[in-house]
Design a protein around this ligand. Structure first.
Ligand code: SDX
Length: 438
């Protein structure tokens, strides 16, 4: 990040003329050349605030974690292209990179993996928590409350330095959230919970905990384990998206990490955000029931009077193909070929994409497939139930949420997030006793 104090010394500024005043506002330049007008003095100097619903034009923070270029379809974690990480890294190594800012040495990676293993079990008293949920409860609601409950089961660690305690909290969360997701699934089936194994990798452990049973051992497959690593690498961070912004906002009140992450899980649940991967499959299944005819769905998506959106299409930042969707599509082919399986929903998705990308509405609105459009096909092939798709997104996004929360906590210029508003309610009026009301 360039030192923007030089910007103030005669470097680039923005001139604003408003309310009969002319003020100079500093321009901040990011390390990839993106520019922002620093309006932190605006209200003091002019009495005015800015207005930007959805914050589409507002930078909430400086961050050195993830770079996205929505026009070019670029995504980099700590400067490394996501394509390289998907090809060469593992989810655990990428998690370390995002949280600590550099690729780990073999010693650092080994220490991180040992901590993840040490913290992979879940407090036995938490199982009664799970077993008292209704069987049909949505796993995202369970996950959000279980992560929040971690604070109660794992209170502050006395006698450790802040860094040591944070390392334990981080690895505890990364490891236990994966275990809790599998536990929740087994309990929802009325099956015996499968414990993590010391001899398995992070991703292999998850698949084994999900699908192994005493009477039918789950056959671990290296290609499927690799596919899960890539799936989670692709989801690991995405700068200031809705759920990450929720983590930063809640975290700005200096609440504990688990509570802030619980807020992120809740935000991700929404069908416009992480919940879209489940909504895509449900949409493709409806098209399949409709004989594979997706024209009515495209027509509804284009109808401004219809709130229906083509799920898995469009993005606030990407105005070209989501680079993650390109990779996810290849993972679909690899997993289905390995399982020697065809998925009719993949054929529908590819035909739908082909038609939509030629349709002037989608072209004019820069609507392309996003990460969620193909991710559900991969998850179906792995045997993940549809109502757990967003849980899979959450496990992938967890290292990014943690990295962003940590960056905010380490920021010496940290501020409590508290936006202003433009009031549109009634002018001053007075209380009317009930006997005098209409
Ligand atoms: C994720 O932010 C992130 O980085 C998120 C994410 C991450 O990794 O964290 O990438 C993960 O959430 C991906 C997005 C998953 N959601 C979906 O697939 C749901 C379907 N997509 C849309 O709801 C929408 O595209 C959003 C919510 C993703 C983005 O919408 P914006 O930026 O708020 O834009 P908008 O809703 O104001 O739409 C702009 C125009 C509108 O038309 P006009 O009124 O201007 O004529 O585009 C149209 C919209 O109607 N539009 C769509 C559409 N998406 C936008 N029309 C039909 N189908 C769609 N999917």
């Amino acid at each position: 990040m360039k030192d923007d104090t030089k910007t103030m010394e005669g470097r680039e500024t923005a001139t604003l003329i408003v309310g009969g005043k002319t003020i100079e506002l500093p321009v901040i330049t990011g390390s990839e050349g993106e520019k922002g007008i620093d309006i932190s003095s605006l209200r003091n100097k002019t009495g005015y605030i800015t207005f930007d619903p959805g914050f589409a034009n507002t930078g909430a923070c400086r961050s050195a974690i993830t770079f996205m270029d929505g026009e070019q379809g670029i995504l980099r974690y700590r400067g490394i292209p996501v394509e390289e990480l998907a090809e060469k890294s593992t989810f655990v190594e990428t998690s370390y990179l995002l949280i600590n800012g550099h690729l780990p040495s073999s010693q650092e990676l080994n220490g991180f993996s040992v901590l993840l293993n040490d913290h992979s079990l879940v407090h036995e008293d938490m199982r009664t928590f799970f077993s008292n949920y209704p069987r049909e409860a949505h796993p995202m609601g369970i996950l959000s409350s279980m992560v929040n409950a971690l604070r109660s089961f794992y209170p502050r660690l006395e006698g450790l330095s802040r860094v040591e305690e944070l390392n334990v909290q981080v690895t505890r969360l990364l490891s236990k959230m994966r275990t809790m997701a599998a536990m929740s699934y087994k309990i929802s089936l009325g099956h015996m919970v499968v414990y993590p194994r010391q001899d398995l990798s992070y991703c292999a452990n998850f698949l084994n905990m999900m699908f192994n049973t005493p009477v039918k051992p789950y056959a671990l497959d290296d290609d499927l384990i690799r596919a899960l690593n890539v799936f989670w690498i692709l989801h690991a961070d995405h700068e200031q998206n809705c759920s990450t912004s929720a983590v930063r906002l809640v975290g700005s009140a200096r609440v504990n990490l688990y509570a802030a992450i619980s807020a992120g899980i809740t935000a991700l649940w929404g069908p416009l955000h992480g919940g879209a991967n489940q909504a895509v499959i449900e949409m493709l299944e409806k098209i399949q029931i409709n004989g594979g005819d997706f024209e009515p769905f495209i027509a509804r998506a284009k109808d401004r009077n219809d709130p229906f959106r083509l799920m898995g299409f469009g993005h606030r930042v990407y105005k070209t193909y989501d680079p993650r969707a390109l990779i996810m599509k290849k993972v679909c082919d690899i997993v289905l070929a390995k399982l020697n399986r065809k998925d009719p929903l993949l054929d529908i998705a590819m035909r739908l994409e082909e038609v939509a990308l030629k349709d002037p509405y989608f072209v004019d609105h820069n609507l392309y497939p996003n990460v969620d459009f193909y991710s559900g096909i991969v998850l179906r092939a792995l045997g993940i139930p549809t109502n757990m798709f967003t849980v899979m997104f959450a496990i992938g996004r967890l290292p990014g949420w943690i990295a962003q929360w940590k960056e905010d906590h380490d920021d010496p210029n940290w501020k409590l997030v508290r936006p202003r508003q433009i009031y549109t309610g009634p002018e001053q009026t007075h209380y009317v006793p009930i006997e005098k009301r209409g």
